[in-house]
Design a protein around this ligand. Sequence first.
Ligand code: 0WE
Length: 257
Amino acid sequence: MGMLDGKKGIIFGVANDHSLAWSCAQALHAEGAELAFTYQGETLERRVRPLAESLGATFIEACDLSEDEQIELVFSKLQKHWGHIDFVIHAVAFANKQDLEGHYVDTSREGFKLALDVSAYTLTAVAKYAVPLMNDNNGGSIVTLSYYGAEKVVPHYNVMGVAKAALEASVRYLAADLGEKRIRVNAISAGPVRTLAAMGISGFREMLKYVADRAPLKRNVQAEEVGKSALYLISDLASGVTGEVIHVDCGYSIMGM
Ligand code: 0WE
């Protein structure tokens, strides 16, 4: 008996086996959930398809979240495939590399638009198309991933911090809008993890050590721990939780000095 037996949902944002989206997928699958996956582009398809198939996924589709038509299409295919869904995992972010290197003040209008569009607006777009697939009776659960840089200045996180702040505010506005449909919307603010998105960041190793030294648990968070928190938020254990941003960061964010 799994906690998610009979539950179905879609996961956006798997790039490879280090992705937090993949940890979420594994945790949900282990409790009996049936999963649908999307990938962006052929390069990622080669990584995502085998992973998805290893969890028995039968719905694996291309989806560029920066195009509304593609989001609409993927949910209409999902409608035909399953009829309804119970959850969505959104683990998608992108900013130009140059905007994660210098100073925030140098961010261009185009760089700002891109980061906010991909990293924040896509949650709202996905929610819009997911809602009709979520049963009024059973409701649903939407989970996204955020980061401490939304709340405090993290050197070089720059425009991504602004995008994550917009994402966290979107979680609250979506939760307020969708509560009457029994749809819950929450975010996990994960501590830094060695993912593909993090590998390109210069000084990331030093950052992991800095955080581990100061965090109450004296270590970095593991991807599996992020997955377990996603399982909690998707499951009935969190039936009373919506609009929340849960820190899964070994306690780092509570420290003042
Ligand atoms: O949200 C993130 C990463 C987001 C991200 C990463 C990249 C790298 C490659 C978005 N866009 C890009 N674009 C690229 O071209 N994290 C929470 C990980 C992360 O990224 C940082 C961090 C941390 C932590 C960037 C600067 C400082 C700290």
